[in-house]
Write a protein that binds this ligand. Structure first.
Ligand SMILES: [Zn+2]
Length: 117
């Protein structure tokens, strides 16, 4: 299961970052995932719920935002969202386009509760 390994990596990142901020509890995590990663937000949240048990991120809400696949045209410079796997430029019809995003997967931000002192 793809989401389980992703959830584990996210948890590792969160634990490191939380320690750096003296956080005692992580309450909310925002993850950005390009459409090409094929991450299912619900499964990722579910897997994260399982692997964060017993850690400072237990019970944290994981929000996963799926970002569209974007491409840029070499001909006219237009950036566009790729739909239905059509990489043709919607402005000039050129096929000389390159993908600029859609494969990214990262922790965008997260919220913590800090210990006093
Ligand atoms: Zn173009």
């Amino acid at each position: 299961m793809h989401e389980l390994s992703i959830a584990t990596s996210i948890l590792e990142i969160i634990k490191e970052e939380a320690a750096r901020h003296n956080a005692t509890r992580v309450t909310k995590i925002k993850v950005a995932a390009g459409a090409l990663t094929a991450v299912v937000p619900e499964s990722l949240a579910f897997c994260f719920g399982i692997c964060s048990r017993g850690t400072l991120a237990e019970g944290a809400v994981l929000e996963c935002e799926v970002r569209p696949v974007m491409a840029r045209c070499d001909g006219c410079g237009r950036e566009f969202a790729v739909e239905g796997w059509s990489f043709l430029c919607p402005r000039c019809g050129s096929s000389r386009t390159r993908m600029v995003s859609g494969q990214e997967l990262y922790v965008d931000s997260f919220e913590v509760e800090q210990g006093c002192g």
